[in-house]
Every structure is written in C-alpha cells, then in structure tokens.
Design a protein around this ligand. Structure first.
Ligand code: NAP
Ligand code: MG
Length: 399
C-alpha cells in the first residue's frame, strides 16, 4: 500500500508527560503507517524549553505563522513545584499563551460527541463551540483594597496630554477597587477570528456581553463586532446561510440551555472561562474536548483541551497500566491533517483525516473505550481497555 503524500509540512509541537507518550503512540500506529508524514518538528517538552531558554516555543510559533497549520501536544505550564521538579532556570511562560500572542488568535473548544455519552442537558444534540476572548478584562486588572474612606477615581492620561477623569465612588469606609481595560485591536482580532471560524464550520455565531449595564465597555465590544460583521462578513454569512446573533449574556445562557447546540458562542474573557467549563462538563468529559487556535488571518493550531494528565503519567512511570483517553489528541492530528489537505487541494489527505475519525467513532460505538468514558457510557456493552489497546483497536479499524 502506498502512503499518502503531503506537499506542505505541518508544524508539529511535541509536549510533556502522559500526552507526550500518547503523541508517539498516535503517530506510530495511526499516522505513520498510512501517511508519508511531512512535519516541521519542535520539541516543546519542558526540558527542551528550559535548555533553549524558551526560544523553541517562539520558533514554533513563528513556524505556525509561516506554515499556517500546526498540531500541538499538551505542555506543562511551570509553577513553583515544576521549577523544583525539573530544576528549571526560570519559570517559563505558558507555551499556549506565547503562541496565542504571536498568532494573535482565539481559542475555540468543541466537544467530540458520541451516541453512548448523553449530555447532561438532554436537548443538546450537536456540539456547542465556545470561543473565549483571551485578552484583558479582569485577567489584566489592577486592584486596591483600602481600610479607610476616600475617593476612588478613574484617570486616563492620553498620549496627547489630554486627561479624562471620573469619580468611581466616594467610599465611607474600607472597600475594594478594580481597574481593567481592553483594546480595540484585540477585540477586532477576536471578532474576525470568530467570524472566520463560523464560516469555516458553517455554523451560526452568537456573541453575548452585558452592554445594558456596561454601556461603554461592553458596549464597545458589541459595536466592534457589529461593525466588522456589517463591513466584512454580512455578505459571506448570507451566502453560507448562517447568522450572526448578538444577545445579552443572561439571555444567551438561557437560550444555550434550551438549544439543541450546533453553533459557536463567542464570550468575553471571564464569561468564556466559566462557560467553557460548564459546557464541557455538561457534554461529558474533558478528554473529549478539542481545541483550535484560529488567528484573524486564518492560521490554525489544533490541540486537545486537556493538560498533560500528570497523575496518569506518574502511574505510567511506576509501570502501572494507564487508561488515558487519546481521543482529543487524535482529533488534533486529524484536524490539522484535514486542514492541510484542504489548503493544498490534497483530497486524499483530507479523506484520511475523516477515516481516522471514523475509526475512532467505530471503536467507541463497539463499546471499546478508555476508563474515563466507560463509567459514563450508556446503551452499549462496554469493554474498558488501556490506552495501548484502545489505539490498537482504532488502528485495526483504520487499516
Ligand atoms: P489535566 O492534565 O487536564 O488532567 C486533569 C485530570 O483530568 C486528570 O488527572 C484526569 O482525571 C482527567 N483527564 C484529563 N485528560 C484526560 C484524558 N485524556 N484521559 C483520561 N483522563 C483525563 O490537568 P492538570 O492535571 O490540572 O494539569 C496537568 C499539567 O497540564 C499541568 O502541568 C498544566 O500546566 C498542564 N496543562 C496544559 C494544558 C495545555 O497544554 N493545553 C492545558 C491544561 C493544563 P483522573 O486523574 O481522575 O483520571
Ligand atoms: Mg477555567
């Protein structure tokens, strides 16, 4: 059997711990036997990031920009405990944060849905994709706590020297204050990434804020989305038969719960943080959440939404059997290969991605699944297996 060829490389970003183990298994058993894999490889595992003073992350992100399609393994974001564990030179920044800021992208998270796992919300029939604006607001806020009365003011000194000043509140006792910001450029990029991805998926785009209360701040978000939609996307949405829909965040929550799914929900930073956890939990399992970073100029980086599954890794190192679910990581690969196939007019490669996903669905439908899913599945005779057996079953179906 001749292998499927690839004209253009995809960027491959390797990672850490259990997902690094999965990465190799997926490549060796599900991809390399079928595809003449063409990748530009970057090792974003923590030891290599430390050795290169995190240069490798920047190089990988630049490559992602240049080649347009990448696939990333989960990586450790260092904290104090990891500094010690890996004897790091520095507490390197989150690779995802670095890549996101270089690509100026938005992260879209979508659950993989299967018949045997019923969403908690019983009318949800199709996936709901959450797009979270990943800049500013409360995540870049400055705060003060005061133990005396006084006057809180908001002061802005323009580059021109013009000063704007508003009283926030006269405090009559101890209290707390918070100042936050966002930038038009960031909201514009967010809006374009969302509109592009809606066209990509052929699904409606919802956007919600609280502009009735926050008339200026949230009002600006609403206005920017509407302006970009009217000027750049309305016609294309019309042609694609999809809609852009704005509503208040509380109304959106009610409608999402009553909906049958099948749309993209764009959220401000905090709303996206909270709502993505709610939606992914209600759909079933973190191990079944895919994630794609889309830049406003149409670059795609695919990954799993979960982390490096540290607890399983320590068990694996001890020689214990692990049943880590590789679904989201496999779908990161299939997503990237399909996109590369589409961009290069390589129908065989795109079709391989479909077949790989179908082999996964067939495996799950036959009841063969990892432990995390086995406990949730209904209506099938479940055979709970370890990771290697699960991947082997997929490989057999794929072959
Ligand atoms: P995690 O790796 O997502 O795992 C949390 C728990 O969720 C696991 O212990 C496991 O539960 C379950 N789980 C997650 N993925 C699973 C899978 N594929 N199959 C089966 N169960 C799965 O989160 P974490 O433990 O908080 O973080 C570990 C490391 O990942 C951290 O160093 C963090 O910095 C990093 N991280 C990276 C990314 C990224 O690169 N995108 C994202 C998040 C976190 P049980 O133990 O109960 O089985
Ligand atoms: Mg969160």
């Amino acid at each position: 059997m001749s292998k499927i060829q690839m004209q253009t490389p995809i960027v491959e970003m390797d990672g850490d711990e259990m997902t690094r183990v999965l990465w190799k298994m997926i490549k060796d058993e599900l991809i390399l036997p079928f595809v003449e894999l063409n990748t530009e490889y970057y090792d974003l595992g923590l030891p290599e990031r430390d050795r290169t003073n995190d240069e490798v992350t920047h190089e990988a992100a630049e490559a992602a920009k240049r080649l347009g399609v990448s696939v990333k393994c989960a990586t450790i974001t260092p904290n104090a405990q990891r500094m010690e564990e890996y004897k790091l030179k520095e507490m390197w920044k989150s690779p995802n944060g670095t890549i996101r800021s270089i690509l100026d992208g938005t992260v879209f998270r979508t659950p993989i849905i299967i018949d045997s796992i019923k969403p908690v919300v019983k009318n949800w029939k199709k996936p709901i994709t959450i797009a979270r604006h990943a800049y500013g607001d409360v995540y870049k806020a400055v705060e003060i706590r005061t133990d005396e009365p006084g006057t809180a003011e908001l002061v802005f000194t323009g580059a021109s020297g013009k000063v704007s000043r508003k009283t926030i509140q006269k405090l009559f006792g101890a209290g707390m204050l918070q100042g936050m910001h966002n930038s038009e450029a960031s909201v514009e990029s967010f809006a374009r990434s969302c509109f592009n991805y809606a066209l990509e998926l052929g699904q409606d785009l919802w956007f919600s804020t609280k502009d009735t209360i926050s008339k200026i701040y949230d009002g600006a978000f609403k206005e920017i989305f509407q302006k970009i939609f009217d000027e750049e996307y309305a016609k294309r949405f019309n042609e694609a038969g999809i809609k852009y829909f704005y509503t208040l965040i509380d109304d959106a929550v009610a409608r999402v719960i009553r909906s049958e799914g099948g749309f993209i929900w764009a959220c401000k930073n905090y709303d996206g943080d909270v709502m993505s956890d709610m939606v992914s939990t209600a759909f079933g399992s973190l191990a079944m959440m895919t994630s794609v970073l889309v830049s406003p100029d149409g670059k795609f980086e695919y990954e799993a939404a979960h982390g490096t599954v540290t607890r399983h890794y320590y068990r694996y190192l001890n020689g214990e059997e692990t049943s880590t679910n590789p679904m989201a990581t496999i779908f990161a690969w299939s997503g990237a290969l399909r996109k590369r196939g589409e961009l290069d007019g390589n129908a065989e490669l795109a079709a391989f991605a479909d077949k790989l996903e179908k082999a996964c669905f067939d495996t799950l439908a036959s009841g063969v699944m990892t432990k995390d899913l086995a406990s949730l599945a209904e209506g099938v005779e479940v055979k709970s297996v370890n990771t290697a057996e699960f991947i082997k079953t997929i490989a057999e179906k794929l072959a």
